[in-house]
Design a binder for this molecule. Structure first.
Ligand code: ATP
Length: 140
């Protein structure tokens, strides 16, 4: 079934999520406040727009409410990531998944109702370590 996703923040992580969802033939709205990032990604999304993810009016105008699933992949600007999460949860978006920068960021995101919080580098490191020590890896 074709689903609708919005991805806010098109760094390495956010753009990779867009690519994959687009490849899977889902509808993807990609948003970043950096025009170059948006241009670079535009071929790999249904729609790509230059906008600030903390601009509540803009989010309402583009109909973000119609998206069941929003991924916030804003990295270093923790304040923007938190504000964007808060706005989307207040709009009753069902699934707001957020990339966290550190444990403090994670704690705040949890408090304000983020539905899933991930730390890509840490999570990937954990998975690799689990895989390396699993029985599925042939002893070499
Ligand atoms: P990655 O590791 O995924 O490359 P990062 O952790 O280094 O990302 P940043 O590069 O700081 O994080 O942010 C990711 C993206 O979020 C950038 O493309 C940046 O332009 C975008 N971004 C930052 N603030 C906002 C905002 N308020 N609205 C929309 N996009 C934003």
């Amino acid at each position: 079934m074709r689903k609708q996703f919005a991805v806010i923040g098109l760094g390495r992580f956010g753009s990779s999520v867009c690519h994959e969802l687009n490849e899977m033939n889902h509808e993807v709205l990609a948003i970043d406040n950096d025009e170059q990032k948006v241009d670079k990604l535009s071929k790999h999304a249904t729609q790509a727009i230059v906008a600030d993810g903390t601009d509540e009016k803009m989010l309402k105008n583009i109909g973000i409410r119609n998206f069941d699933h929003v991924i916030i992949a804003i990295g270093e600007d923790i304040q923007a990531s938190i504000l964007c999460t808060l706005i989307l949860k207040e709009m009753n978006i069902k699934q707001v998944w957020v990339k966290a920068q550190n444990d403090y960021h994670h704690k705040v995101l949890d408090k304000i109702g983020a539905d899933k919080i991930f730390h890509p580098e840490h999570d990937m490191g954990q998975r690799i370590a689990e895989f390396l020590t699993s029985e599925k890896v042939i002893d070499y």
